[in-house]
Design a protein around this ligand. Structure first.
Ligand SMILES: [Zn+2]
Ligand SMILES: [Zn+2]
Ligand SMILES: [Zn+2]
Length: 141
């Protein structure tokens, strides 16, 4: 087993969910079988391979998804690198340019890197959300 695969098998961030009588993914609660594990390329959170958008940082790209054809590249001029996150205005952004875009949340400007950091803190419960918490993340090994 390669290192990347063994990391994915250690556990993942799941979502607190209701349980129903039908078959559900143990981690995210979606109807159907367990999703395979995957990693967000921006915040590093291991999670279900359910959506190309990270359920924790909301902007990161989850590994293993096709982002369409032709393959999108970082939207900054003359970059052309593989994107690891979505971003306002430029659409896609690579590792090198992750701190460039800024978001406006409740009238406050915040860099994409800082926003992702805050979401990770919320995941870990080290930061109190200023909004009602909609999703609770649980580490499941
Ligand atoms: Zn799932
Ligand atoms: Zn993420
Ligand atoms: Zn770039």
């Amino acid at each position: 087993m390669n290192a990347e695969l063994s990391e994915l098998m250690k556990g993942r961030w799941g979502i607190e969910h209701r349980t129903y009588a039908w078959q559900q993914c143990r981690y995210c609660g979606a109807a159907g079988n367990d999703h395979p594990p995957a990693k967000c390329l921006a915040c590093g959170s291991i999670q279900c391979q359910r959506d190309s958008r990270c359920s924790i940082c909301l902007y990161g790209v989850v590994s293993g998804f096709s982002l369409g054809y032709p393959r999108p590249v970082c939207g900054y001029a003359h970059c052309g690198k593989e994107p690891i996150a979505r971003a306002p205005r430029v659409r896609w952004v690579c590792t090198d340019h992750l701190s460039r875009p800024s978001l406006t949340i409740a009238g406050q400007k915040i860099s994409l890197t800082d926003y992702i950091g805050q979401r990770v803190d919320e995941r870990d419960g080290t930061r109190r959300s200023s909004y009602p918490r909609i999703v609770r993340f649980i580490w499941m090994s």
